[in-house]
Design a protein around this ligand. Structure first.
Ligand code: SI3
Length: 292
């Protein structure tokens, strides 16, 4: 498959107080994480705040990322949208911009039937020449699938992978066993090591924007068979993730970038800027990360 493996940040999108994209900050984040050795980027996903953006902003983010990365690592464009025409449009843009793959969240909000979800992916895969990574995040879409249903989706020509953001590792294991050639990305940063032990091909996560060196070390320790070190790193990372999630995740991740001189910016409304006490907690998280 043309899909990248390894550690892939779900890219943050720095914006100013009006919600406009801060190109320079986005470029700094891309260059910083590339220097850390990440294997690709997942652009415009949940972490990228795509559901809070206009289609033209989403296109702008896709274009800044492809111009900046300029072929150094593969890029996956999240093009999922509530309006299918927007998805088709963004899928075409992603192809024109040289993306390696597209990804779409499973249709949500209206309680669609399996057949409706199936047709949605089938049509997107027919229209786009790029491989599709379905984005499975039942906690946020309210829609789950059995491993048998995911296997039926995986049989759609062009649907080559899944971003598996679910804590059901039994389901993950069943999928891996049934579909040896299907590309599976771990989506919960908290569960990277157990997911690696079950044979995922890569991991896409929000916290990798600020913890890339640590998480790459975890990945390499696992590959070298040093499970003690991999386990130690997962525990350290989970302490950081717990603090991040308890402090308003995305604004805190951006605050951490700002502390490293990378800009970072704000999040789009209705996300609020960090309060004074959240900023203090962010400073503690920053210290914690540098000590690991
Ligand atoms: O699309 C995306 O931005 C992601 O890759 C999301 C990713 O699965 C994250 N999920 C959400 C809802 O943010 C995780 O990385 C998550 O933030 C992390 O495991 C902390 O819980």
């Amino acid at each position: 498959s043309a899909l990248p493996g390894g550690i892939i940040p779900a890219l943050l999108t720095p914006v100013d107080s009006r919600g406009d994209i801060l190109r320079d900050h986005l470029v700094s984040l891309l260059e910083y994480t590339l220097d850390c050795g990440v294997s690709g980027f997942y652009v415009g996903g949940s972490t990228g705040e795509c559901f809070l953006m206009s289609v033209s902003q989403r296109k702008e983010v896709l274009s800044i990322a492809s111009e900046t990365v300029s072929g150094r690592v593969p890029l996956i464009a999240h093009i999922g949208a509530q309006n299918v025409d927007d998805s088709f449009y963004l899928a075409e843009e992603a192809h024109a911009l040289g993306y390696s793959a597209i990804s779409a969240v499973t249709p949500y909000y209206y309680g669609f039937s399996f057949q409706e979800v199936f047709s949605y992916y089938q049509e997107l895969c027919q229209i786009s020449q790029l491989p599709m990574v379905m984005y499975f995040i039942p906690a946020l879409t309210g829609r789950t699938f059995t491993s048998q249903e995911i296997a039926r989706l995986a049989a759609i020509p062009g649907l080559e992978g899944i971003k598996f953001t679910d804590g059901d590792l039994f389901k993950l294991e069943r999928l891996r066993g049934q579909l040896p050639d299907f590309v599976i990305y771990s989506g919960y940063d908290e569960l990277l090591l157990p997911s690696l032990s079950l044979g995922v091909n890569g991991a896409i996560g929000s916290t990798y924007n600020v913890t890339a060196p640590l998480v790459i070390a975890l990945w390499e320790s696992f590959r070298e068979g040093d499970l003690a070190r991999a386990g130690h790193l997962q525990r350290e990372l989970n302490t950081i993730i717990e603090m991040l999630v308890g402090n308003n995740l995305y604004p805190t991740l951006k605050d951490l970038l700002a502390r490293r001189g990378l800009g970072g910016g704000l999040c789009r409304r209705p996300f609020l800027p960090l309060t004074a006490s959240q900023k203090e907690e962010s400073a503690r998280i920053d210290t914690h990360i540098t000590r690991v």
